[in-house]
Write a protein that binds this ligand. Structure first.
Ligand code: ZN
Ligand code: FE
Length: 238
């Protein structure tokens, strides 16, 4: 059976662990830090089988070198020499097969937050790094609003039952911002209360399925680049 666990890192990162519970093999997405991953593997007696990277930022790649030094596993990532130890460079529409997990993923190029940003889609899951967050989206550090809008449209077009595994727990803050834009929005108010409850219990607010995310996420609801750029600007100033 496949199970997916969040490994919390730094203040609000999630390093996602995909586990084949029979074989006890584990693929790790965006290990910004090696220690919490090593602790997770040791605690559950899981064997690391592969590493997947979405983009070059240190909070997503900082643990790669140490993990590869102790576990000689394939590292999948976008074309960016700044990312250490990548053994398979990926671009749009490429397919990968994760051995120990019997899982296939296809690669989506999702530039915007960074230019190298990719996402992994397979088995009704999307690992989207810092492109889409619950009720929000990544900041435009390198890409344009046009690029990010197109990337979000690509995600919008995935099946409604896709579970969105983003790399940060930003949901509560994103909902508070969304409510400054749409204060009377009952869906956002209800979701904020749910998320507050989850966070008080130290539970993650993600993953969220795409059908629900479309209801909470004003960035996904934008119908033009101009509307998206305006909303992103408001969030940057929030
Ligand atoms: Zn980032
Ligand atoms: Fe990040």
């Amino acid at each position: 059976m496949l199970e997916v666990f969040p490994i919390p890192a730094f203040t609000d990162n999630y390093i996602w662990a995909m586990v084949n519970t029979e074989q006890r093999t584990c693929a790790i997405v965006d290990p910004g830090s090696a220690e919490p991953v090593q602790a997770f593997l040791a605690q559950h007696h899981y064997q690391l089988s592969s590493i997947l990277i979405t983009h070059h930022h240190h909070d997503h790649t900082g643990g790669v070198q140490a993990l590869v030094a102790s576990h000689n596993v394939p590292v999948y990532g976008p074309c960016n020499p700044a990312i250490p130890n990548v053994t398979r460079v990926l671009s749009e529409n490429e397919q990968i097969h994760l051995d120990g997990l019997a899982l296939n993923f296809s690669v989506l190029a999702v530039p915007g937050h960074t230019l190298d940003h990719i996402a992994y889609y397979g088995a009704n899951m999307l690992f989207c790094g810092d492109t889409l967050f619950s009720a929000g989206c990544g900041r435009l550090f390198e890409g344009t609003a046009e690029q990010m809008f197109a990337s979000l449209q690509k995600i919008n077009a995935l099946p409604d039952n896709t579970l969105i595994y983003c790399a940060h727990e930003y949901t509560e803050d994103n909902l508070r911002f969304a409510l400054t834009v749409q204060p009377a929005n009952k869906i956002l108010q209800k979701r904020l209360n749910e998320v507050k409850r989850l966070r008080q219990q130290h539970k993650p607010s993600v993953p969220v399925c795409l059908a629900d995310e479309k209801r909470y996420n004003l960035f996904l609801q934008c119908r033009s680049v101009a509307a998206f750029a305006e909303l992103r600007k408001l969030k940057d100033q929030y």
